[in-house]
Design a protein. Structure first.
Length: 265
């Protein structure tokens, strides 16, 4: 089995590591600079974690999962340890393949954009490789990424930034909508537990209907909204307040922020 080392055992790095560990398709170790975090991960008695970069020496694949803003510091720390035979997979929003290649003095980079449900095999990842990545390695990483949910290759790095605007950050948009619905449920007198059930089951049911049928979202909305009925009152209210366009504008703000991060802002 290949040895994968993940640098950055935080939200996304740990999530990916856990997803890959659970799929049992590679040996996986985590490097994090925080003693407490390393102790916490080792305490789970699953994956090995360390603060030192020693594990990088014989790694086949190295996942870069620190914040883009601190990547230059990590590059400076590990440049003399890593080598050109190793394959690098970056999950960092906005950080370009070229910046990673130059920062580490290496060639083979796959840039991907995952999301947090990867920890429960329901992740969504897109990826693109540098021209130096052989098809065999791209396929290998594709298989690893698919072990955490769905994954597909895209043609350009721009599409990685665009993925950030939809699925990469998108779980948070869904939580945002759910938060408002759950809060409304509590305002209507339901308990917190009941509000959670009402909200989660409504999302799950709608998502499954959408996935299992070839029917447009607009058509689904129309099937719920009886003429002159309750749903139309809610949807009209959303439309009057421009909610549809505001959500789209949010996705654009997200993609723009990814591009700003690429420009080191
Ligand atoms: N969160 C998400 O849903 C997604 C995140 N991403 C990308 O994943 C990356 C990580 O984000 P996220 O997981 O949210 O951030 P976190 O802050 O949760 O995780 C980053 C981890 O890296 C650690 N760290 C900092 N410096 C070093 C170092 N020199 N060596 C090793 N570890 C270090 C941090 O420790 P400490 O906290 O002590 O600084 C922290 O534990 C980002 O680039 C982001 O763009 C991509 C898709 C989704
Ligand atoms: O918010 C962020 O910057 C990261 C990238 C995608 C999701 N979280």
């Amino acid at each position: 089995m290949k040895k994968i080392v993940v640098i950055g055992g935080g939200n996304m790095g740990f999530t990916y590591a856990e997803g890959i560990y659970n799929a049992k398709i590679a040996n996986i170790e985590i490097i994090d600079k925080s003693d407490d975090r390393v102790a916490e991960i080792n305490g789970m008695n699953k994956m090995k974690a360390a603060t030192s970069y020693d594990a990088l020496k014989d790694a086949d694949i190295i996942f870069l999962a620190v914040k883009p803003q601190i990547a230059p510091l990590v590059f400076a720390d590990i440049k003399s340890i890593v080598n050109k035979n190793q394959l690098f997979v970056s999950v960092m929003a906005g950080m370009t393949i070229e910046t990673i290649q130059q920062g580490l003095g290496i060639d083979k980079v796959i840039r991907c954009m995952p999301n947090l449900p990867a920890s429960i095999q329901l992740g969504m990842t897109t990826y693109v490789g540098s021209k130096e990545v052989a098809k065999e390695n791209l396929d290998l990483v594709g298989t690893i990424l698919k072990s955490t949910g769905k994954a597909f290759e895209v043609e350009t790095e721009d599409m990685i930034d665009n993925t950030t605007g939809i699925s990469g950050s998108g779980s948070a948009y869904i939580f945002y909508f759910m938060n408002a619905m759950a809060e409304a449920a509590e305002d209507f007198g339901f308990s917190r537990e009941e509000a959670k059930t009402l909200t989660a089951q409504t999302f799950e049911g709608a998502v499954e209907l959408y996935k299992q049928n070839d029917i447009s979202l607009e058509e689904w909305m129309n099937r719920v909204a009886s003429k002159g009925g309750t749903t139309r009152a809610a949807l009209n209210n959303f439309d009057d307040n421009n909610v549809h366009n505001l959500i789209k504008e949010g996705t654009i703000a997200c993609v723009n922020r990814a591009k700003e991060l690429a420009a080191d802002k």
